[in-house]
Design a protein around this ligand. Structure first.
Ligand code: AMP
Length: 217
């Protein structure tokens, strides 16, 4: 099964993708995580994309296209995948569609996490990234204060530069202008599930599972 998890930054794509990945036993591919890892390693690609990411701007389609082509063609995603953060422009959606057609893969399922901008701003202000393992958490959800629930490192949770309020507002602008048109591209092309993404992680996860089951997949 191939799922595209779609939604604004902070809608909960990463959290829900991780849950789905365990439930369905297919890899979670987050393009944001891939880029952050390149930055952490100090690679040429990481250096190239850092300024844009810090400002909340999108990384050029050509760079993202090359990354995604490699992933879709890799053995790791043979049995399926959950895409989180891709596609983010109509051009990326077109490219992804073409890769699927070329490889004769079944159409992806689009899972849309619907949120209001005010909720996003609230959620992202308490979001942190672990500077050791790059896991993303919300301070309101972690069991032990100042400890990464993934790797156990203490005092490693820091605010992402792009989660500063000014940058969040820019990312939301980018989302409405450049990313939302992706929905028009997929309309009538593939199965879509719309989820009201307000509520707890568990409530949202249950809604997604129920709707996916209804699709009999
Ligand atoms: P995310 O972790 O998905 O919120 O992504 C963080 C940042 O990485 C975004 O604000 C963009 O700068 C960059 N990024 C991630 N995925 C893409 C993509 N598909 N296209 C362009 N930029 C991306």
């Amino acid at each position: 099964m191939r799922i595209i998890l779609f939604g604004a930054p902070g809608a909960g794509k990463g959290t829900q993708a991780k849950i789905l990945s365990k439930q369905l036993n297919i890899p979670h591919i987050s393009t944001g995580d891939i880029l952050r890892s390149e930055i952490k390693k100090g690679t040429e690609l990481g250096i190239k994309v850092k300024i844009r990411m810090d400002r909340g701007e999108l990384v050029p389609d050509e760079i993202m296209g090359a990354i995604i082509k490699k992933i879709i063609r890799s053995k790791k995603t043979n049995a399926g995948l959950i895409l989180d953060g891709f596609p983010r422009t109509a051009q990326q959606a077109e490219l992804l569609w073409k890769i699927f057609q070329d490889l004769k893969l079944p159409n992806p399922i689009l899972v849309v996490l619907d949120t209001k901008d005010e909720l996003i701003i609230n959620r992202l202000s308490s979001r942190r990234v672990c500077n050791n393992c790059l896991n993303i958490v919300n301070l309101l959800d972690i069991p032990i204060e100042n400890e990464c629930p993934n790797c156990g490192r203490k005092n490693s949770l820091v605010k992402r530069k792009d989660d500063e309020e000014k940058v969040i507002k820019n990312r939301l602008k980018v989302y409405h202008k450049q990313t939302k048109p992706v929905l028009d591209f997929y309309k009538d092309k593939t199965k879509e599930i719309f989820i009201n993404a307000e509520g707890t992680v568990e409530q949202i996860s249950k809604k997604i599972t129920k709707k996916l089951e209804k699709l009999k997949i």
